[in-house]
Design a protein around this ligand. Structure first.
Ligand code: ZN
Length: 265
C-alpha cells in the first residue's frame, strides 16, 4: 500500500512537471524577442506554428514591428494565451520634396540591390547554437538619435521603417560587441550603411552595425561581449557621426533596446 502510494505520488509529480510551461525570457512586445528551453520530445507551437527546437532544446521567437495584442502558446497540447504589448511608432510625413530626394538615382540602384543581397544572405541562419548572452550591452554610449520602428512618408510614399536604433557619438569613438558571436560580414563600402559589420549571435539572430569609421574585425572571427569591433563614423548615407545598430531574427526586426537593460529605458 505504501509503495502504491509512493508510485502514484511520483507519477503525479512527473505529470504535473510535464504540464508546466517552459520559462520564456524576453519581451512579449512588438519588437521583442522571446527565448527559452524545452526538453527533447516536447512540442511547442506558437500561434499554431511548430517552433524549431535547436540541439539543446533552445527555441527563439521574434514578434517583428507589428503584432496583434495576444499570442497563443501550445506546449504539449496545453494552451496559454499571452498578452503582447503594442508600441506607438513615430510616423513623419513630409511632402513637396523633389523626387530625386525620395527615390535613389538610377546609377545607384545596382549597388543598392547588390548590398541588399549580401545583407539578406547574412540574415540566413548560421550557427545553430546560442552564442549570444542573455543580456546585451549598448555598443556605444551616446545620445539616442533614432528609435526602432519609426517611419517616414515622403511625398505620400511610405519608406522602409527604421529597423534599429541610432546612437550619436563623436567620430572615432569605440564600438563594442553588444553580445558574443561570430563576424559574418565586413564591408567597407555599402551604399546606405557605409562601413558595415554583421555579427551572427547564433540561432538565426544577427546584429548589424552601420556607418562605421574603422573596422577592427574580420569575417569568421569570434567576438566576445564588450570586445572592440569598430569605431563610430558617418560613412554611407549618414548626416552626422552615429552608430546604427539593428538586430534581426532571420527577417524579423528586433528592437535592440528590448535586449539591453538600457539607460534609455
Ligand atoms: Zn539608423
Amino acid at each position: 500500500m505504501k509503495i502504491f502510494f509512493l508510485i502514484s505520488l511520483l507519477l503525479f509529480a512527473k505529470l504535473s512537471f510535464a504540464d508546466e510551461f517552459p520559462n520564456f525570457f524576453g519581451c512579449f512586445c512588438e519588437g521583442g524577442l522571446i527565448t527559452g528551453k524545452i526538453k527533447s520530445g516536447d512540442e511547442l507551437k506558437i500561434d499554431g506554428k511548430k517552433m524549431e527546437v535547436f540541439e539543446n532544446g533552445e527555441f527563439i521567437f521574434a514578434f517583428g514591428r507589428k503584432f496583434k495584442n495576444k499570442i497563443d502558446v501550445d506546449y504539449n497540447g496545453k494552451f496559454k494565451i499571452f498578452d503582447v504589448k503594442k508600441k506607438k511608432y513615430k510616423i513623419e510625413r513630409i511632402s513637396g520634396l523633389p523626387q530625386k530626394k525620395v527615390e535613389p538615382a538610377e546609377e545607384d540602384i545596382k549597388r543598392i540591390i547588390k548590398d541588399k543581397k549580401r545583407i539578406n544572405l547574412s540574415k540566413e541562419i548560421g550557427k545553430k547554437e546560442k552564442l549570444f548572452d542573455d543580456e546585451f550591452i549598448l555598443p556605444v554610449d551616446g545620445r539616442l538619435s533614432g528609435v526602432f520602428g519609426s517611419q517616414r512618408i515622403l511625398n505620400s510614399k511610405p519608406k522602409r521603417p527604421h529597423f534599429g536604433i541610432d546612437i550619436a557619438q563623436k567620430e572615432g569613438s569605440p564600438i563594442l560587441a553588444p553580445s558574443s558571436g561570430i563576424v559574418k560580414l565586413v564591408d567597407f563600402d555599402m551604399f546606405f550603411t557605409g562601413n558595415t559589420i554583421i555579427v551572427d549571435h547564433g540561432l538565426g539572430l544577427i546584429s548589424i552595425f552601420a556607418h562605421l569609421k574603422d573596422i577592427y574585425v574580420k569575417e569568421g572571427q569570434k567576438v566576445s561581449i564588450g570586445q572592440k569591433i569598430g569605431s563610430v563614423g558617418k560613412t554611407g548615407r549618414a548626416t552626422g557621426p552615429h552608430l546604427h545598430w539593428g538586430i534581426y531574427l532571420k527577417n524579423k526586426p528586433v528592437d535592440p533596446l528590448s535586449m539591453t537593460k538600457s539607460r534609455f529605458y
